[in-house]
Design a protein around this ligand. Structure first.
Ligand SMILES: [Zn+2]
Ligand SMILES: [Zn+2]
Length: 314
């Protein structure tokens, strides 16, 4: 399967402010020596050597991940503002997918607020399959998109065929992939998804405050978390902030490392970035998370920040 992060910020969109943009430019200029600017190659080398927080901003869109299965089936996890960029990208490249499978973790704004701007939903040639384990999926999606919250409605203006699927106990089979779900601790609940295809698996667990229950060696946890190749995990806070914000429904990056190690995960992507944290702070968190992972275990756990625009094949 092929995976792309279209949005990885949590809580609300987080554009780079004008002051931050100016500060980045100023820092870059101060680092440049005349020889760094001599030729296109020198400039490329100079830019590649800049600190990540200067040259690789994490992006400001809220949660949306695309997974393309081996048969071309498009699965989307969450419809935060990242889904708008997914839609723009399709338009730029002239790509017309006819079917989208949209799995929603829950309905907090940052996970659905891009949907009204998802252009394929306005095309009669497109089919949208929605999935969620709780009752009321169709009602919730239609209710949030109507006046006075939004000028037009799903029923009157979105021409795509839509089906709202309530998930049961059985896994969803899409092509050669299987998708299962698990309830996570979050205000109003959130649902994590595990998608497996050809022996590779990815777990998407956002908006979750990890608890001792998630570490228990019981069958549901074993089946869901154990040995996943990729874990995309809510790691919104530092440990201090997670303690201050107990019960807010999010986890710290250090607990995320403990969790990934305990379930023998291959690669951990820190996700649902705190909007109050700058790029610099988030890269500092990454350094701390990597150091922590190396210090407490000899297991090889790769740790990354979920960067908007990052794609990989699994
Ligand atoms: Zn969220
Ligand atoms: Zn939430």
């Amino acid at each position: 399967m092929w995976v792309k992060f279209w949005g990885s910020r949590g809580s609300h969109p987080r554009p780079l402010t004008t002051d931050e943009f100016r500060a980045k430019i100023s820092s870059i200029i101060q680092r440049a020596r005349p020889e760094d600017l001599e030729s296109p190659e020198c400039r490329e080398r100079f830019m590649a050597g800049l600190p990540s927080w200067l040259f690789r901003p994490l992006g400001g869109n809220t949660t949306c991940i695309e997974v393309r299965l081996s048969d071309g089936t498009v699965v989307i996890f969450d419809a935060g503002t990242g889904i708008i960029e997914l839609s723009n990208d399709r338009k730029r490249r002239g790509v017309r997918d006819r079917e989208y499978h949209l799995f929603l973790t829950h309905f907090h704004y940052d996970h659905i607020q891009g949907f009204p701007f998802f252009a394929p939903a306005y095309s009669p040639e497109v089919r949208l399959e929605f999935y969620h384990p709780k009752e009321g999926l169709e009602h919730i999606m239609k209710e949030h998109m109507q006046p006075p919250y939004f000028p037009i409605t799903i029923e009157e203006h979105m021409a795509a065929g839509m089906r709202f699927n309530r998930l049961g106990e059985d896994p969803v089979q899409l092509g050669s992939a299987q998708i299962t779900w698990r309830k996570m601790r979050h205000p109003g609940d959130s649902f994590a998804y595990r998608i497996s295809e050809h022996g590779r698996s990815l777990v998407y667990a956002t908006d979750c405050e990890l608890s001792p229950k998630d570490f228990e060696r019981e069958r549901e946890n074993e089946n869901f978390f154990a040995g996943a190749d990729i874990l995309i995990l809510d790691a919104q806070y530092t440990l201090n902030e997670a303690i201050e914000k107990h019960d807010w429904g999010h986890s710290s990056f250090s607990l995320g490392v403990d969790f990934a190690l305990s379930w023998n995960i291959g690669t951990l992507y820190l996700f649902h970035h705190e909007p109050q944290y700058s790029d610099k702070q988030l890269y500092q968190n990454l350094t701390a998370a990597r150091y922590y992972a190396q210090t407490i275990s000899s297991a090889k756990l790769a740790v990354h920040l979920a960067e908007e625009g990052t794609e990989f094949t699994l």
